[in-house]
Design a binder for this molecule. Structure first.
Ligand code: DAH
Length: 348
């Protein structure tokens, strides 16, 4: 039987040789078990044998075994570091993975495209000193029609295919009632926009839905003219669509404005080139908003003196404008919640 000292020396050499050869995680673990294994590891056995060493030699033998143990631990760590550097590729390869494949994409939720578009509109008007207001979606006949200068039973009401609830209540057909609510509680100067949902008894088609979004704008102050209306709306449309887009103002009629104008922009979906375009019907133009000078009767209804103050207002269809801005040929896409559609917008 070789002396303990010789055995220690032999094990040291054996360890160094094996450590130098260890080429993968498996070899490393085998080496660790062979030397540091709790039951049958070389070091455990050495410590056991230490018990039978004569008392005078125990100290020295114990020191040598401890030294070996430290050397083995340090050696295993060194092997681990050496293997670690090459590990991801090697480990992946041994697990049958292909590191050249593109990463898997994780989708996080993003705001709805209409929300993003509404925020863009708000940003432009906030930049011009407007503030944002809101009003109820369930309205009374008074705010939706009467205060806006629609006499009861007036045929102009037919243009807004109203969804009635009961009695005096209805789903607002436009955001214009918010004008009235704001003017009732605020003294001029007023400069507000109010975005929100509106409802109409409509048959869905590519540019009509029974529920859609509008944003209303209202300015009331002394000396406000149609030139302000035109300048502000032109600035807004250019900020939204860029300088090159063709815009036209067209005379129109609304009971709550006089004079009134509608604004058309060129059809971005077909560029006016498709006679069968489902968005513009081949005209090359699409109406995006109604506007006008607030009717003196509307100002009187909210106790604002039309001799002293004047105002202009507009109501813009958010969905329809977003369609044209984003080149979407079908308004229903906004409400179908198809992730393939929604994921094209917002943060990626
Ligand atoms: N409320 C109108 C609509 O739904 C749009 C509109 C026209 C709003 C003229 C206005 C306005 O504020 O002045 O068709």
């Amino acid at each position: 039987m070789p002396s303990l000292t010789d055995r220690i020396e032999g094990l040291r050499r054996a360890f160094e040789e094996a450590a130098g050869k260890a080429a993968d995680a498996k070899a490393l673990e085998e080496l660790r078990t062979a030397f540091l294994g709790r039951k049958k590891g070389h070091l455990t056995l050495l410590f056991e044998d230490l018990k039978s060493v004569p008392a005078g030699e125990k100290r020295e033998a114990g020191r040598l075994i401890n030294e070996l143990k430290q050397a083995v631990s340090a050696g295993l760590e060194a092997v681990e570091r050496r293997l670690g550097a090459a590990r991801p590729a090697a480990a992946a390869a041994s697990a049958g993975e292909d590191l050249t494949l593109p990463g898997r994409r994780r989708y996080v939720g993003t705001p709805h495209p209409l929300t993003l578009f509404e925020e863009e509109i708000e940003r432009i008007f906030l930049g011009m000193g407007f503030t944002v207001e809101e009003g109820p979606e369930i309205e009374t006949d008074y705010y939706n029609f009467e205060a806006l200068n629609f006499p009861p039973h007036h045929p102009a009401r037919d243009k807004w295919d109203t969804l009635f609830i009961e009695g005096d209540l209805l789903l607002r057909t436009h955001t214009s009632p918010v004008q009235v609510r704001v003017m009732e509680r605020t003294k001029p100067p007023i400069r507000i926009i109010c975005p929100g949902r509106v409802f109409r008894h409509e048959t869905p088609d590519p540019t009509h839905l029974p529920m859609f979004m509008q944003v209303e704008g209202l300015v009331v102050d002394e000396g406000v003219t149609f030139a302000h209306l035109k300048g502000t709306l032109e600035y807004f449309i250019r900020a939204l669509f860029g300088e090159k887009l063709k815009v036209r103002f067209r005379p129109s009629f609304f009971p709550f404005t006089e004079p009134s104008a509608e604004v058309d922009i060129e059809c971005i979906v077909c560029g006016g080139r498709d006679a069968a375009c489902r968005v513009c019907g081949g005209s090359g133009w699409k109406e995006i908003l109604g506007s006008g000078m607030v009717h003196p009767q509307v100002l009187k209804n909210v106790n604002i003196d039309p001799e002293k103050y004047s105002g202009w207002a507009f109501g813009l269809g958010i969905d329809r404008t977003a369609m044209l801005a984003l080149g979407i040929p079908e308004m229903r896409y906004f409400y179908e919640n198809d992730l393939r559609f929604l994921r094209q917008f917002g943060a990626k």
